[in-house]
Design a protein around this ligand. Sequence first.
Ligand SMILES: Cc1cc2nc3c(=O)[nH]c(=O)nc-3n(C[C@H](O)[C@H](O)[C@H](O)COP(=O)(O)OP(=O)(O)OC[C@H]3O[C@@H](n4cnc5c(N)ncnc54)[C@H](O)[C@@H]3O)c2cc1C
Length: 178
Amino acid sequence: VGGPQVRNMATVGGNLFAAHPYGDFTAALLALGARVVAVGQGARPLEDLLRDRGRAALIASIEVPRPRNPADFAFAKVSRIKPKGVSVLSIAVHLPREGGRIRGARVAFGAMGPTPLRAAAVERVLEGQALDAATIARAAQVASEGLDPPTDAIASAWYRREVAGVHLRRLLERMGGR
Ligand SMILES: Cc1cc2nc3c(=O)[nH]c(=O)nc-3n(C[C@H](O)[C@H](O)[C@H](O)COP(=O)(O)OP(=O)(O)OC[C@H]3O[C@@H](n4cnc5c(N)ncnc54)[C@H](O)[C@@H]3O)c2cc1C
């Protein structure tokens, strides 16, 4: 997920607090439904922490549910320079399926807002559906709905909105074949 320097040195705790456009791993944790435990507090959903990071206490541990089927999870980092380029955006998707239908869709973007965040519109489109071409096309259409990506030296907000659906579609097509 991270570049070589980050894989060698950085902590997961630090990634939760990395400023935009960083936080690729946090996007993956969001899609997996991770819960964070701050010192002296109980576990709470990662999205709660991300809503108010400025007032967070020291994070002591992170609980990450293991996907029942590893093939239900996928991640993509979109960067101009590989492997250590800063993200244009990152996408993490967890789509558990029962009887061929998606149950409990979780889709998260990195670099598409001030912090990594869930793509609620995409999740609504995917929930209860089979991962077929029509569903994937509808999900790609709403990829940046409700999101307000920043402009920075890597990409403009306009560019991020334009390409989010393209990369989401490619990722879902890869998963659809599994
Ligand atoms: C060369 C380079 C390449 C990078 N590449 C990537 C990349 O590919 N993908 C990506 O996502 N990011 C990337 N980053 C950013 C990187 O994710 C973060 O810098 C890193 O994860 C932070 O980890 P750290 O342990 O160094 O945290 P620090 O820099 O030590 O801390 C970051 C912030 O988090 C707070 N913090 C740290 N741990 C905790 C805790 N347990 N509880 C509460 N607060 C805490 C600190 O107080 C600080 O405010 C890159 C950074 C560099 C320098």
